[in-house]
Design a binder for this molecule. Structure first.
Ligand SMILES: [Cu+2]
Length: 65
């Protein structure tokens, strides 16, 4: 299990959080996602590859750094 901390600057509301959570859990159903639209920080605990998680979030329409 790896903990990743990312910045998703265009995450603006709880619907964005839901979209991002679903995108990550589509990759790894066991992933834990904590996302805060205020700070733009997303923390993911997952066994999935970092690049794959970032790609899934990007595919959902968000820019991830
Ligand atoms: Cu939103």
């Amino acid at each position: 299990m790896t903990t990743l901390q990312m910045t998703v600057a265009d995450m603006a509301c709880s619907a964005c959080v839901d979209t991002i959570t679903r995108a990550v859990q589509g990759l790894d159903p066991a992933a834990s996602v904590q996302a805060d639209p205020q700070t733009k920080q997303v923390q993911v605990d997952s066994t999935a590859d970092e690049a794959a998680i970032k790609a899934a979030i990007a595919a959902a329409g968000y820019s991830v750094a």
